[in-house]
Design a protein. Structure first.
Length: 222
């Protein structure tokens, strides 16, 4: 299969984790776009969704799915989102689409996090994909210097990008992340950092990987 077909297969497999009339969280990205399309075709639809980005909100509404504010929805049953990299321990790098802060909030508010991706996203060590860090604009240069001092790497401003929260993104290349929980905490402690794209403190619970052999399922508690 092509990478796009692999993504769609993983997205379709995620439907098995969705209950009718539930309120779910929905992430952002190319794999999630397939999921939203398939979700809108279900005979027994969800009651509503909490979206992690303006882009996904538009797609959900066009698919006929009501979008709720997280403050109104309360705890969510399931959150479905993609990843830029994932390990067998289900730690992730996310944020290639720029929605990492809202993705992290919705993931934290959900009882189960189902991650969907093509099998090329599975890696032995995180960090080949540049790690996104969302930063308050006035702190950009300071945060970049602190990143280098505290964890190393090469922070680069993502040109022409403003997040849905009005902030900028530094993409940190040149990292080999052996201890993702420690790195996530260290980066979040830098004043001016809103959050970073490591999902290790709250990793995925289930990872669905589409590939030539079908969809492979990895569980965190395994």
């Amino acid at each position: 299969m092509t990478a796009d077909a692999d993504k769609r297969a993983a997205a379709e497999a995620a439907l098995d984790y969705i209950e009718a009339d539930s309120v779910i969280g929905v992430g952002t990205g190319s794999t999630v776009n397939h999921f939203i399309e398939l979700l809108g075709q279900q005979r027994e639809p969800v009651r509503a969704a909490v979206s992690s980005s303006e882009a996904s909100t538009g797609l959900l509404r066009r698919a006929g799915i009501e979008v709720m504010d997280l403050n109104e929805a309360g705890p969510l049953d399931v959150y479905v989102d993609g990843a830029d990299e994932a390990t067998r321990h289900l730690a992730l790098i996310k944020g290639g689409g720029g929605a990492l802060t809202r993705e992290k909030i919705v993931a934290g508010a959900s009882r189960r996090f189902v991650c969907i991706a093509d099998d090329g996203k599975l890696v032995g060590r995180l960090g080949t994909f540049p790690l996104p860090v969302e930063v308050i604009p006035m702190a950009r240069s300071f945060v970049a210097r602190e990143i280098i001092r505290r964890v190393g790497g090469q922070p680069v401003l993502r040109e022409g990008v403003t997040t849905d929260n009005g902030n900028v993104i530094l993409d940190v290349g040149g990292l080999g992340i052996d201890e993702p929980v420690a790195v996530e905490r260290t980066l979040n402690d830098i004043p001016g950092v809103v959050t970073n794209g490591l999902f290790a403190l709250r990793p995925a619970d289930v990872l669905l990987l589409g590939g030539d052999g079908g969809v492979r399922t990895l569980h965190r508690n395994a």
